[in-house]
Design a binder for this molecule. Structure first.
Ligand code: 5GP
Ligand code: ZN
Length: 122
């Protein structure tokens, strides 16, 4: 846990969010500035800055996090394949467009067109 980290604060429910999923390891909530009709953020509750910090000890929880993605997409309005689908984005580092230094997956979907803003939807 990091006391100054925005997403740690959301994970501790110190800052409100529109939560769509929670278990002992993960939290998913709506992005405050959606770039698509469906735009969720999925975070681990423990603090890790980004995918660049992931090591061999992290394979278990990271696999569970990835496994949650299609379930959350389907439960929150992404349309089924083959016509539907979803986008999974993990902005990493400054040149990757990462603004919040707590690992998060953007899960985006819904009928197009989506926002043209440069990151992360373009
Ligand atoms: P990044 O650029 O780090 O990949 O994405 C950070 C995302 O967090 C952005 O899409 C931004 O809209 C979202 N965000 C920033 N602050 C908050 C907040 O306080 N609440 C929620 N729900 N989303 C936030
Ligand atoms: Zn954090």
């Amino acid at each position: 846990m990091s006391h100054d980290c925005l997403f740690c604060k959301i994970a501790r429910h110190e800052i409100p969010a529109r939560v769509v999923y929670e278990d002992d390891q993960f939290l998913a909530f709506h992005d405050i500035n959606p770039a698509a009709p469906v735009h969720l953020l999925l975070i681990p509750k423990h603090h890790i800055a980004s995918l660049a910090e992931v090591g061999s000890d992290d394979s278990g929880w990271l696999a569970r996090m990835v496994q949650l993605v299609p379930q959350l997409a389907a439960e929150n309005g992404c349309n089924p394949l083959p016509e539907g689908g979803f986008r999974l984005v993990a902005n990493t580092g400054i040149e990757g467009g990462q603004e919040v230094d707590h690992l998060h997956f953007h899960i985006m979907g819904g009928a197009r067109p989506w926002s043209k803003r440069a990151a992360p939807a373009a």
